[in-house]
Design a protein around this ligand. Sequence first.
Ligand SMILES: [Zn+2]
Ligand SMILES: [Zn+2]
Length: 147
Amino acid sequence: MTEQQKSVIKTLRQQNFSYNAIANTLGLTVSTVKSYCQRSGLAGNRKEACRSNHLKPSVLPSFCRCCGKQITQKEKVKRRIFCTDECRITWWNSHLEQVKRRNPHTVNCLCCGKEFTYYGPNPQKFCSHPCYIKHRYEGVTYVAETV
Ligand SMILES: [Zn+2]
Ligand SMILES: [Zn+2]
């Protein structure tokens, strides 16, 4: 559990959400949330919270995956997971491994014919920069052998 998740749990407990709802929001198991709350004195005070907080929250808030700030979701808009573009970029930059695992494509190099894998939405035609140069300036193009 990250420090950010801990602070989110604290906030949500203060707003009277159940272990279940918190676990769903953060993608944690209910028992993880529960045991953290019990260890941190966040358990068992829901009744008290109810009394002091008359406005029962109906919509579960979401929290920026990067900085943990609460996000106000707009209706009919895709649920956001980051509060700002900066947070989105910061988060993805620090999780490049996860970006890499998205959308792998295996294609053959247009120059040498070697099979290579690229990631992300931008199609790539060459396995390496030298291959690109060779193709671009020397016209080297791999032709698949036809049987
Ligand atoms: Zn943020
Ligand atoms: Zn190549």
